[in-house]
Write a protein that binds this ligand. Structure first.
Ligand SMILES: Cc1cc2nc3c(=O)[nH]c(=O)nc-3n(C[C@H](O)[C@H](O)[C@H](O)COP(=O)(O)OP(=O)(O)OC[C@H]3O[C@@H](n4cnc5c(N)ncnc54)[C@H](O)[C@@H]3O)c2cc1C
Length: 457
């Protein structure tokens, strides 16, 4: 019986497990995660953050699904070493698990030695939020939003009292207009990309005052051109988001609270951490803040890979035990079209993987790569093909979508609709083929356009 081991139960890892089971009814499939939940939607975390949905609503595949498909899901274990030669993975327990939730049948407690053996391994550990090296980035009240635990920490800090399981809340906006609240908590979001804007809109919904600081001169620079970004900005300003475009963050301003200082005077050795008070911009302006959310992009999580920055082999292999094989790593773990790494029987998929020099770190890509990896691991032949990235989302009820070439400078052939509330641009190459599009306010024909675009690739 073949032993399949998958590190990471995100969409890449879980889809791979499902695909393996389809093709191998007997094999032993084990999914490891350092988090406490079965597969959940990271995309919906902003809705969870503002209390629109509860934790249960985030879950995509529950424990029963894993039981039904005979997939062993082990939660709360953090892999800290991989021995590729001897085909073993070593782990330690991560956060304790609340066994009352999501029918925890299998968890870290059942593993006594934390060692897992495999015949075939999938590396699906996802990505990490990037935190720029700005002074004060370690202060209390500085956050990123990647996991359900990150969302819970933000909820706690901002005392978002409506973020309770399965309580549908009344938004603090009325028909898109902001309701004024006395002394609201204030948050600065650093980065005006997809995630930053979704989180900003969610916090506005929860009654927080939000300022978004963006280095670029427009929002969603990867997805929108100037016209599209202008319309989206107007929509978001209408619900109360404040923007500081073309601005860079100089430092995070913080202070140790009087209470903490008093405590430190009686408790010896207590380490004090300044708490966020504001954000100083390069222009000299200081924005008051109770918390800061970094939304400055993600990077593949290579913490289990050999340290690329050094030629010292002892240091290189400290992170990841290997003897005579080397795994090819660039921005991500390099894979071929079968999602196989440079070591046979070791696969990578999702945000952590890099295929053909690219890694978009998006859901659909991770899901398809997981499917291809799972199929090949189980002995079938499947090949991954890069597709132009496409995004469709709703920011504060506003539909925004973009795909492929967005032609920021307007140099290509275009079909354009631009009204007060809708902006649609279809980009074509010199042969009249659709190569990209932008839609703000109405995305009803987005899927049709993307299909046309892909069939023409
Ligand atoms: C707030 C938010 C909003 C998003 N919105 C969109 C969107 O609108 N559209 C879109 O396309 N994409 C969006 N994304 C990106 C999308 O969620 C990711 O591309 C996708 O989740 C990647 O899936 P993955 O399986 O590769 O990795 P992940 O989902 O990150 O899963 C990785 C798994 O590996 C586990 N793991 C990591 N290290 C270890 C270890 N050492 N030991 C054990 N387990 C480990 C983690 O616990 C986790 O379970 C969003 C992401 C976030 C955070």
């Amino acid at each position: 019986m073949k032993k399949y081991l998958i590190i990471g139960n995100g969409i890449a890892g879980t889809t791979a497990a499902e695909e393996i089971r389809k093709n191998d009814t007997d094999g032993e499939i084990t999914l490891l995660t350092k988090e406490s939940l079965p597969l959940y939607s990271r995309i919906r975390l902003p809705d969870f953050l503002c209390g629109k949905i509860g934790e249960k609503d985030l879950i995509i595949k529950n424990q029963e699904w894993h039981d039904k498909h005979n997939i062993q899901l082990i939660r709360g274990v953090e892999v800290d070493k991989i021995d590729f030669d001897n085909k073993k993975v070593f782990s330690k327990k991560s956060a304790p698990i609340d066994k009352t939730k999501n029918s925890e049948k299998v968890d870290s407690d059942t593993q006594d030695n934390g060692i897992f053996e495999f015949d075939s391994l999938l590396f699906a550990v996802g990505s990490k939020s990037f935190i720029p090296s700005i002074k004060g980035n370690e202060f209390g009240g500085v956050f990123t939003l990647r996991t359900v635990d990150d969302a819970k920490s933000i909820i706690k800090r901002l005392q978002i009292d409506n973020a309770k399981d399965n309580i549908k809340t009344t938004p603090k906006t009325n028909n898109g207009k902001k309701i004024v609240i006395d002394n609201p908590k204030e948050v600065v979001v650093i980065g005006g990309g997809l995630l930053g804007l979704e989180a900003a809109a969610a916090m506005i919904h929860a009654g927080i005052k939000v300022t978004v600081v963006e280095f670029c001169d427009r929002l969603l620079p990867r997805q929108l051109d100037y016209e599209g970004a202008k319309l989206l900005k107007e929509f978001l300003e209408n619900i109360g988001v404040i923007f500081r475009l073309k601005e860079a963050t100089e430092e995070i301003v913080g202070k140790i609270s009087e209470r903490a200082e008093k405590l430190a005077s009686v408790i010896k050795g207590l380490k004090l951490k300044p708490q966020v008070k504001g954000v100083k911009l390069k222009s000299g302006d200081i924005i008051k803040a109770d918390a800061v959310l970094f939304s400055a992009g993600v990077r593949p999580d290579l913490s289990l890979m050999p340290d690329q920055s050094t030629t010292d082999l002892d240091i290189q292999f400290n992170a990841c035990a290997m003897t005579n094989k080397s795994i090819s790593v660039n921005k991500g773990v390099v894979v071929n079209e079968r999602m196989e790494t440079s070591i046979p029987s070791i696969y990578a998929a999702g945000d952590v993987a890099e295929y053909d020099g690219v890694n978009f770190c998006i859901w659909q890509e991770a899901q398809e790569q997981g499917r291809v990896a799972g199929s090949n691991m189980a002995g079938k032949e499947a090949a991954y093909k890069n597709v132009p990235p496409s995004n469709i989302l709703k920011v504060a009820g506003i539909s925004v979508a973009s795909a492929g070439e967005i032609d920021v400078d307007g140099k290509m052939e275009l079909e354009l609709i631009s009204t007060e509330s809708i902006y649609k641009k279809i980009v074509k190459d010199k042969n009249g083929k659709i190569v990209g599009c932008i839609m703000v306010g109405d995305t009803s024909d987005f899927n049709k356009i993307v299909k046309q675009m892909r069939s023409e690739v």
